[in-house]
Design a protein. Structure first.
Length: 272
């Protein structure tokens, strides 16, 4: 059946005598470390100690600082007369002297003398040598234009000459400017029947100029890049099929194809 309700409180027990003294308990665990005590009072001064032994000789000290200059000494006695010195250099040219006294010259007027006799004619001299050639003269003025000449005789009819050899090929001209977009072309013929999405063709086109080739009609461009024909590493060449997608690199870099690790081991023609 189900448990019954709790019973009523019992009566108070009879008073008993105190029991005997118990056995001593086990030794307790050491208590926690107490706080630091207050510092004690200063003790009395001790007596003087005994004299210590003489210490060993110390190391040599550093050189001292430079001292101040001393006071000037007393002037000494005059020494004996020295030997005669060498002759000195010539002196500077002196200034001009003052002008001296001068007297006016005596002007004595003399009478005119008589005319002398005519002398004898001397012999004729020899002919002198030719002098040096003088410098060229200045360019003269342009003369007047001449009259037109007579008409010339008509020339003879000649045979045609031999054809010359073909000249060298000229240099390549610069790239022309981009032309205007053309007019829309006529509507094309109906296309082939469509295929399933799971079936497709991958076509790679390369160009030998700087222009990017166009995709064929009905095909979409996936990417464009640089043409890769072959590369060489570790003295070994590895060619690339121009019909595969690996021959068109969106970014020119040899890292996917040539890799050398820190141990000087190189893997060529490998994508791993």
């Amino acid at each position: 059946g189900l448990p019954g309700p709790p019973g009523a409180q019992g009566y108070k027990g009879i008073y008993a005598l105190p029991g005997q003294k118990g056995l001593p308990g086990e030794r307790g665990y050491p208590g926690l470390q107490g706080d630091k005590g207050v510092p004690g009072n200063v003790g009395p001064q001790g007596t003087f100690g005994f004299s210590g032994e003489t210490g060993s000789k110390g190391e040599k000290g550093e050189p001292g600082l430079i001292g101040f200059p001393g006071v000037a000494g007393i002037t000494g006695d005059r020494g004996p007369k020295g030997p005669r010195g060498d002759p000195g250099l010539p002196g500077v040219k002196g200034s001009p002297g003052s002008p001296g006294n001068y007297s006016l010259p005596l002007h004595i007027k003399a009478e005119k003398g008589t005319m002398g006799h005519i002398g004898i004619q001397g012999p004729s001299g020899r002919q002198g040598e030719h002098g040096p050639q003088g410098p060229p003269g200045d360019i003269g003025l342009r003369g007047p234009e001449g009259q037109p000449g007579m008409p010339g005789i008509p020339g003879r009819v000649s045979f045609p000459g031999i054809r010359g050899s073909q000249g060298p090929m000229g240099q390549r001209g610069p790239v022309g400017f981009q032309g205007y977009p053309g007019h829309p072309g006529p509507r094309g013929l109906p296309g082939m029947p469509g295929r399933s999405v799971n079936v497709g063709y991958l076509l790679v086109k390369h160009s030998q100029t700087e222009e990017v080739p166009m995709c064929p009609v009905g095909m979409n461009k996936l990417w464009d890049g640089y043409s890769l024909l072959y590369f060489e590493g570790q003295e070994k060449a590895h060619n690339q099929d121009l019909g595969l997608a690996g021959s068109c690199l969106p970014r020119f870099s040899t890292m996917p194809f040539l890799y050398c690790n820190p141990g000087d081991i190189c893997y060529y023609a490998s994508r791993n």
